[in-house]
Design a binder for this molecule. Sequence first.
Ligand code: GLU
Length: 465
Amino acid sequence: MEIRTRFAPSPTGELHIGGARTALFNYLFAKSMKGKFLLRIEDTDLKRSNSSLSEKIINDIKWLNIPWDEEIVFQQQNQNEHKQIIDFLLEKGLAFRCFSNKEDLTATTFKADKLRGTVFRSPWRDRVVMDQPSMQNVVRFKVPNDPSQINFIDKIRGDLSWDLNNIEDFIIARSDGSSTYNLAVVVDDHNMKISHVIRGEDHLTNTVKQLLIYQALDWTPPIFAHIPLIHNTTGEKLSKRDGNSNLVEFKHQGFLPDAMLNYLARLGWSYKNEEYFNLDQAISWFTLEGIGKSPSKFDIKKLLYISKKHLMAKPINEIHESLLRYMEIYKNINISESCSKKLRLFLPFVVERCATLEEIFESSLFLFEEENVRVKKVLVLLDDSSKKILAEFVAAIKPISLIWNSEYLNNFINTYCQKNNLKFRDIGVPLRIALTGSTSSPSIVHIMEILGKKNTLDRLNQNID
Ligand code: GLU
């Protein structure tokens, strides 16, 4: 059997971190088994779906570098197939037209029934077609009364059984004739020959409904694997309220795709004690058995730790390119060729202090945004005595024709300190504040070298006045 998995997002919102993880697990599993990973956009709910969101989701998957096989399937295009199956189920008496209106639903049909509990059983489920009025209706699946239980094996959770008394006669076609999610998914998964459906645990009741449809159609269902949800630090389901819940937020914060993939893979899946790895390693190690049974906790500190490792392992030229792209897209900043060169020279000193592109950006901004330095609050730390030290330093270094590199600058400052009975930090701290607008930065002599003599002295003069 060819292993075929799919990621099937509904374009009703941005790609959630849980969705990104589902896509990744489906991809890893398919590739670990030399199978195919497919992408299907579930855009049948016309009221809630939106084509620009489809595009965003597709771009996010691309950004993560998760490649899919075959053409993307847009579920809307399969509507005829969905309708044929709905008609077939109606014909066979496995589904029925339901004319219950809102009042019926609330007043009568949800009322507690000692045998069946409170779940909805439509009064129309056993009515003959002749009796049906010609008015608006939906099509519902006729949930069997007997057997009243369904059993299935979940690849992660093991043997599961579900009481069908808890499953309502669910809608498979809306009043406009369009198919609902559960019917469309079964038809599409069947037609796309999906062998394994790996998705969040919140879909368990959908799985039960879908299995009932597979049974009714006499189709072999795929193998199901339900992944435990992602929780926030307080143990609730990770949601919008937690801030960082959509992939786009992490893109904005300058996380690299490799780091995101690595962290997402570790959210609920493990292989030995491996924490830091790349996609190919994950493919070679991935098994469904490696997925845990309990919810995983989203931990930003861990993500930052993984991110830092990926950043440090990346060649500086690649970081430089990623950073320029990041600044253009997320900060709307296009820098000149000469600034870009300065930035490139600065990167080796700053990367090891940062975990994301945003942090590198923040620490490098002073290089090309001089005005920004001048408005920094920290400049108040330059009191009169620091200003005096700086003024004397400028007066001493300006006339000297010194080779302007970090080594000579370092020697110069050391000798200057000895002569003037100063410690290196007496001059280093005000220099750092005046040149970068910050109290922490990589070595000040490297910064002076990168800025060049003129720019260094100009900045110092500005802050002495
Ligand atoms: N469109 C569904 C969702 O976004 C897909 C669920 C499934 O994988 O079947 O939740």
